[in-house]
Design a protein around this ligand. Structure first.
Ligand SMILES: [Fe+2]
Ligand SMILES: [Fe+2]
Length: 322
């Protein structure tokens, strides 16, 4: 593809994404029947038991808890993951505003970035409403992430490619886990099911945009910038994925998960390791395509235990799933 035709197709993709946002979007308080009795949150409901698709739910420890404890831990866990998701999205919205603030007139990214921020605002509202109705006072992300939260969005203006790598580091794991739960066929609470369904539908566009942006902009950076970003790439992925997937110290205490179980699940067990690696198949493909891989960065991917074969196309089923 020539440089001009590549640019044209980038612009076209962004326009298609924007038009899709106009055509299909959800409002947290229009598209969810919060007061439908079927959506009521009953803290003794067996549907709060964690599915196997949640690595914690698949442990011996969890499975051998009495049913009431499984329900209690399950509700807490699901509310906490939701809270972490919304905190991450708050950082994302602030970053999108910093990013759009610096864009010149006529920039192709302005419109889509703003559609994305609009959608994320609705996600934070629906997530917080769920947490409130779950009635558990969860803290969400680990302390370090919460402390850095107000500063991370500044990266969107200074190092936008790095920022969108961070966006993927959060969106890919959340999306992966939600899709696994929806596909598992387990009976999930209809309120949570509806929220996940809305989220998965809109995240597909957000993830598509971040991939496009990084792939289009990274090759246009200076060599030394690309070198540094290649090294930062796996570090950002692993740090943010841990912040989202691993329960914080507070959450572990609240759920009473023994330390040995935490160590096993995150990420010593072979199944957990495989899952961690599978989460990043699409971003490994992106790193290759965007020219953000070098010899030193390959070592980092490996040290951080997220190396592996890149996908050949986005959302290719993982080896484990196949
Ligand atoms: Fe979202
Ligand atoms: Fe998103």
């Amino acid at each position: 593809m020539t440089a001009t035709s590549h640019r044209v197709s980038y612009h076209d993709t962004l326009r298609t994404l924007s038009e899709a946002s106009v055509e299909q979007h959800f409002d947290a308080f229009v598209d969810i029947a919060w007061d439908d009795p079927a959506y009521a949150v009953d803290p003794r409901d067996e549907r709060w038991v964690l599915p196997q698709a949640d690595v914690l739910g698949s442990t011996e420890w969890y499975r051998s808890l009495p049913l009431e404890r499984q329900i209690e831990v399950g509700l807490y866990r699901q509310a906490n993951v939701t809270k972490v998701g919304l905190q991450f999205e708050q950082v994302l919205i602030a970053g999108l505003m910093n990013f759009a603030f610096a864009l010149p007139n006529g920039s192709p990214e302005f419109r889509y970035a703003t559609h994305e921020a609009t959608e994320e605002c609705h996600h934070t509202q629906m997530f917080q409403e769920f947490v409130n109705r779950a009635g558990v006072d969860v803290a969400g992300a680990p302390r370090l992430f919460r402390a850095l939260g107000p500063f991370l969005p500044l990266a969107a203006r200074r190092v936008p490619v790095g920022f969108f790598i961070g966006v993927l580091a959060g969106e890919e794991p959340i999306d992966h886990v939600q899709k696994a739960i929806l596909r598992s066929g387990n009976e999930i609470h209809p309120l949570l099911g509806r929220i996940m369904q809305i989220h998965v539908a809109e995240e597909a566009r957000h993830i598509g945009f971040a991939h496009q942006y990084v792939e289009h902009r990274a090759p246009r950076l200076r060599r030394h910038q690309r070198f540094v970003l290649a090294l930062a790439f796996p570090v950002i992925m692993r740090w943010l994925a841990d912040a989202i997937l691993v329960p914080s110290r507070q959450a572990r205490r609240d759920m009473g998960i023994p330390r040995s179980v935490v160590r096993e699940v995150y990420w010593r067990r072979p199944e957990s390791r495989q899952m961690l690696r599978d989460l990043f198949a699409d971003v490994r493909m992106l790193a290759e395509r965007a020219g953000l891989v070098n010899r030193a960065s390959r070592v980092l991917w490996k040290l951080l235990k997220i190396e592996g074969r890149p996908s050949r196309f986005r959302s290719q089923p993982s080896s484990a799933a196949a």
